[in-house]
Design a protein around this ligand. Sequence first.
Ligand code: GDD
Ligand code: MN
Length: 367
Amino acid sequence: MTPTQTATAAPELTVVVPSYNERDNVPELARRLDHVLSGIAWEMIVVDDDSPDGTSAVVKALSRTDPRVRCIRRVGRRGLAGACIEGMLASSAPVVAVMDADLQHDETILPAMLAHIRDGRELVVASRNIEGGSKTEGLSPIRQAISDLGRKLSAMILRAPLSDPMSGFFMLKRELVEEIAPKLSTAGFKILADIAASVPRAPSVAEVPFVFRERVHGESKLDAKVALDYLGFVLNKLSGGLIPLRFIFFALVGASGLLVHMLVLYAALRSGVGFEWSQTLATVIAMTSNFAINNEVTYRDGRLRGSKFWVGLALFYVVCSIGALGNVGVASWLYSGHAQWWVAGIAGAVMGAVFNYAASSAFVWRR
Ligand code: GDD
Ligand code: MN
């Protein structure tokens, strides 16, 4: 690398690289960028959430010999979307890109992406879902269906038609991010979908196909929570941001609890337990599963551990019991006032859910 020569030119392109435990991947990524972006004034900003493997120290060691490489070490917070936003806002270049640190994103298409921006496009997305891209084939029918549904839902909230709204690999004009940054959510991972839903007008878009590579070092941090996360995001946007994301998760978890309840009830009845005991067992197990899932997903940022987990569970039982009383109370009151049975039923359930949510946020997972 020839740092002294390139460091003098103000960068045209900032490549923002979110990282968590990627110490073995980042130096290789820097080498590859140097190679593929020759002739372009670029810089790389690694936004590391204080990775336990010491990624930030590795990046800072690189910076000392190559000032095009910079590191933002964030302490006390975690999150892919937030990291990407901070990295983009740390840039002063006219163009910013976001790509993963783990070498799964094909860096060789960066020049083609930049060419589109130079041609006047505001947003360029590296897509797995167009001709020449990697995805779709090889997916099981059910995963294919989920992925199609995800795309259809996205189309309802995005200002731009994107074939791969979940891509973590894209490039855009910095002025666009600067404009919408206050509207973006730092939670979750769907930064591109959020950008495409938050722009004030339809941006001009180009897509470049790429093949999503296998990971060599380290492991993926995105798991099953991601699908739920995304559903919550879409519902939040569809409600015009009115319904808080956390409440949407809470309600989705509640719906999963109903399923658990029915399964346990069925199994208990089948094995000869009386109805009252079966119903009690189903209620306790459903509440417990709701608590555990809420603890992992809805209140992930304030997760209860060790003895606090058990105290929280006990409080959650109390909260849910009061919520259930409120539910039945409201529904019966409406029903006795001659409301339709289903109106009374829904009103009771909504009332119970809102109460459980408010009380859980205030007492169980208080921060
Ligand atoms: N700073 C920071 N904080 N970085 C993070 C965090 C975090 O909490 N979580 C993950 N990252 C970084 C990883 O180090 C990696 O560079 C990148 O974000 C993507 O994380 P992976 O854990 O490798 O995700 P993946 O390969 O499963 O997900 C891919 O597909 C998603 C959707 O299909 C990625 O391409 C995502 O960007 C994409 O949204
Ligand atoms: Mn990855």
